[in-house]
Design a protein around this ligand. Structure first.
Ligand code: HEC
Ligand code: HEC
Ligand code: HEC
Ligand code: HEC
Ligand code: HEC
Ligand code: HEC
Length: 302
């Protein structure tokens, strides 16, 4: 859990030097929050009872002064804000970001708030979750739009990193720098052909980046079932329960896998989890456990 918060921070700082107009303006002027920043103007839930110094706006909504101790934060241009000031985050938050969040989020329930749980029990969408990744709430459509029109706060290659590692699992390592370009490469041409057929025949889309890059969202859907219409090819995904997450079971291949991958294992990390079989998948565009996902680009070789 700590690592996640740490990464969230690093991730934000790492992008901080991509200076753009809004960084020379204040929040009041631009109404632009820093990338991957916490939602504002959302109402505290009844069970959230932060200490009194977390000033609330009317209607129990949270604003800059709720979490930040600096005077006139909303009026100060972003590049003039002293983020190292001791009171930048209330309750010495930067030293203990984890306990800072716990001022509102119940530790047990919200140990690591799962952004992918985007639906209320009555089926309504949780807007603040949408606004974490999108700068506005995209209208639902049955037709596809280009990735660049989905109003993402960060480039699509970066949107998952920070909460997730860059290489969260084996197959992602091979695909981090993989590209279905240039067209003159016959393997790339074939894969693209497969993907086009898949979209036309099965109505499933595995979106690629601008330069044909394989992305996290090529294989994964960030949205759980029910957020995007089933008619939308980017809404189609495996049946699964985002709350439970991926479910695994032990498998005898663990030993084979270990022997086979020893060298790579050593290189990547000593602490990788055991090989287990997937029991239940979630947030995947096509099932991987029977190979469908992989075969939408790769071909079996004899
Ligand atoms: C729920 C608590 C909360 C609220 C409300 C809030 N912030 Fe933040 N803010 C944080 C936390 C936590 C961080 C540090 C972690 C991070 O960078 O995400 C932060 C970081 C920042 C940063 C530094 C970001 C960077 O990476 O350079 C700025 C600037 C900022 N907030 C401005 C604002 C403004 C302006 C408002 C009001 C519109 C606001 N915040 C409201 C919690 C909050
Ligand atoms: C001052 C209170 C407050 C603090 C401090 C706070 N949050 Fe929140 N947070 C909220 C409120 C209110 C919501 C909206 C809840 C809702 O309507 O479900 C929210 C929603 C979220 C969500 C959206 C997903 C969800 O579970 O609904 C995430 C993710 C989140 N907070 C993460 C954090 C993290 C990480 C920190 C610490 C850096 C933090 N929060 C600190 C009040 C707070
Ligand atoms: C974790 C980040 C993340 C969150 C949270 C998120 N989205 Fe998205 N969204 C994406 C990404 C990435 C894409 C582009 C890839 C895709 O279409 O799956 C996208 C695309 C979309 C699209 C366009 C699909 C198309 O091509 O027609 C819609 C509509 C959308 N999101 C709605 C929502 C709504 C509504 C919410 C809140 C309930 C939400 N998103 C929350 C990351 C996110
Ligand atoms: C080539 C397809 C593919 C790509 C690209 C991919 N994934 Fe996965 N991902 C999978 C499959 C299949 C699983 C199921 C579990 C497994 O095989 O590890 C999975 C599992 C996961 C899990 C759950 C791991 C667990 O054990 O609970 C996370 C989190 C995840 N992926 C995030 C990402 C992120 C972040 C990226 C981009 C950096 C990414 N994935 C890229 C196919 C992919
Ligand atoms: C705000 C942080 C956040 C962002 C951004 C985010 N995720 Fe997640 N994701 C989580 C959390 C928390 C879980 C719940 C499981 C856990 O705690 O590891 C999760 C779960 C998953 C899982 C299922 C793993 C499981 O077993 O539950 C996949 C797959 C996944 N995320 C992919 C993505 C992809 C792809 C993106 C980018 C489009 C993304 N995530 C963006 C926080 C995030
Ligand atoms: C969107 C298309 C796409 C999907 C889906 C996909 N891959 Fe790949 N994969 C690629 C590309 C592109 C490369 C880069 C090497 C190449 O051009 O053959 C690659 C490379 C690999 C490599 C390294 C091969 C080598 O020779 O270095 C492995 C292993 C691999 N993929 C396994 C998988 C598995 C397992 C799955 C399913 C979980 C999968 N792939 C799904 C496109 C895809």
């Amino acid at each position: 859990m700590k690592i996640w918060f740490f990464l969230l921070l690093i991730c934000n700082f790492a992008f901080a030097d991509e200076s753009t107009d809004w960084q020379t303006q204040s929040y009041k002027q631009s109404k632009h929050l820093p990338d991957l920043h916490h939602a504002v103007d959302v109402k505290l839930l009844d069970e959230m009872q932060p200490p009194a110094e977390f000033f609330l706006k009317e209607d129990r909504k949270i604003g800059c002064k709720t979490c930040h101790g600096l005077e006139k934060l909303a009026e100060t241009p972003y590049d003039k804000i002293d983020k190292n000031a001791p009171d930048f985050l209330r309750k010495d938050g930067y030293k203990k970001l984890e306990t800072f969040c716990a001022n509102c989020h119940d530790k047990k329930v919200h140990e690591r708030p799962n952004i992918h749980l985007m639906l209320e029990e009555n089926g309504e969408i949780k807007k603040e979750n949408c606004l974490f990744c999108h700068s506005e709430i995209n209208k639902q459509r049955d037709k596809l739009r280009p990735l660049v029109d989905t109003h993402l706060r960060l480039p699509v290659e970066k949107i998952c990193v920070g909460c997730h590692l860059k290489t969260p699992h084996f197959n992602s390592v091979e695909h981090t720098d993989a590209k279905l370009e240039p067209d003159s490469k016959s393997s790339a041409r074939k894969m693209k052909e497969h993907l086009k057929n898949l979209e036309q025949e099965k109505g499933v889309r595995l979106p690629l980046g601008e330069k044909g890059d394989v992305l996290c969202v090529t294989c994964h859907s960030p949205h759980p079932q029910g957020v995007l219409g089933e008619q939308n090819p980017t809404g189609k995904q495996v049946e699964g329960d985002a709350k439970k997450g991926i479910e695994y079971k032990n498998h005898s291949w663990n030993e084979v896998m270990k022997a086979d991958k020893r060298e790579r294992l050593e290189k990547i990390a000593a602490s990788l989890p055991a090989y287990q079989r997937i029991e239940k998948e979630v947030l995947l565009r096509l099932p991987a456990k029977d190979g469908t996902l992989c075969l939408s680009c790769h071909e079996f070789e004899d």
